[in-house]
Design a binder for this molecule. Structure first.
Ligand SMILES: NC(=O)c1ccc[n+]([C@@H]2O[C@H](COP(=O)([O-])OP(=O)(O)OC[C@H]3O[C@@H](n4cnc5c(N)ncnc54)[C@H](OP(=O)(O)O)[C@@H]3O)[C@@H](O)[C@H]2O)c1
Length: 274
């Protein structure tokens, strides 16, 4: 199948705007992109910016497409799917992609029919600035072509990783999905520590941000284990060693393990709500 299938996004929120922006930037033809949303403002903006086709009618865009991306809030998903099932006759011939957090593939079979083929994607908020980390899991009916196609679409907003099970996707959600909040928490605490010692708050923020970016870039450009990178920037008896010792005494590994487990458990609980 062509690299450029007709793709319909149901919901024109932040995530859709980012993904479509990434696709258009990488040369995806705008006349193959369809977007629906109840209120017209976002549609007008996207149509003016990218030249995509828009509608306030979900079924109208879904019917024209080979791929349907469900991008509404999880609590609306059941109703949105029920309407699509009623109004779009050949859902089984299309690839269904969902980016909603928490809802398991099994549920979509109930909502849309168990003959659909689907991919579940878990993007994270840095997708909004083109630095996302998306996890993808496919059902057994999605083809290799389907997988290659959708992976390429999400590569437009960052890195992608395939996982084999939805349990793994819960782990990815607990690390990459929730991770930006963990990093912000840590960054804010470093900023606060500098300010408490008399440093200017704006300058402290800048140095924390830039240091986080620099550390991330160093990690990405290196084949060394992260713990080895840490050792390399820590001279014995130096000031960094003193600081790191304090973190280690506070059992950072144990704290991260607890935080990730708590988020996985919450992901599993939320899956039961839908
Ligand atoms: N943002 C993230 O970082 C992130 C990360 C992972 C997963 N997700 C998932 O991605 C999905 C979308 O998130 P988002 O951040 O893009 O949310 P969002 O900005 O709130 O967008 C949701 C969009 O859905 C539209 N909508 C409401 N009812 C609809 C309907 N019946 N039919 C079609 N569209 C409808 C809303 O339109 P109006 O505003 O006009 O009502 C809104 O534009 C969610 O399921 C979320 O769990 C998001």
């Amino acid at each position: 199948m062509s690299d450029y299938r007709k793709i319909a996004f149901i919901g024109a929120g932040n995530m859709t705007q980012s993904i479509v922006g990434g696709m258009c930037q990488s040369g995806y033809p705008a006349d193959h992109i369809f977007i629906s949303n109840p209120s017209p403002e976002k549609l007008e903006k996207m149509s003016a910016k990218h030249g995509v086709t828009t509608s306030q009618n979900n079924a109208e865009v879904a019917a024209q497409a080979d791929v349907i991306v469900l991008a509404v809030k999880p609590q609306l998903m059941q109703d949105v799917c029920a309407a699509l099932r009623k109004e779009v006759s050949d859902l089984a011939s299309k690839l269904i992609v969902t980016i909603a957090a928490g809802i398991r593939i099994e549920k979509y079979y109930q909502y849309l029919g168990d003959d659909i083929r689907m991919v579940r994607v878990m993007p994270n908020t840095p997708s909004l600035v083109g630095e996302g980390m998306s996890g993808l899991v496919a059902d057994s009916k999605a083809t290799d072509d389907d997988k290659a196609y959708i992976e390429k679409a999400f590569k437009g907003v960052g890195a992608t990783q395939w996982v084999s099970t939805e349990d793994e996707l819960d782990i990815l959600g607990a690390v990459a999905g929730s991770g930006p909040a963990y990093f912000f928490e840590f960054m804010a605490s470093l900023q606060k520590a500098a300010v408490e010692l008399g440093y200017d708050s704006d300058k402290a923020r800048q140095m924390v941000q830039q240091t986080a970016l620099g550390a991330a870039k160093m990690a990405m450009n290196s084949d060394l284990e992260l713990s080895e990178l840490r050792s390399q920037v820590t001279s014995k008896g130096g000031s960094t060693a003193k600081g790191v010792e304090v973190y280690q005494q506070a059992d950072v590994d144990g704290i991260s393990a607890k935080a990730v487990k708590a988020a996985v458990t919450r992901n599993q609980e939320m899956a039961k709500l839908f």
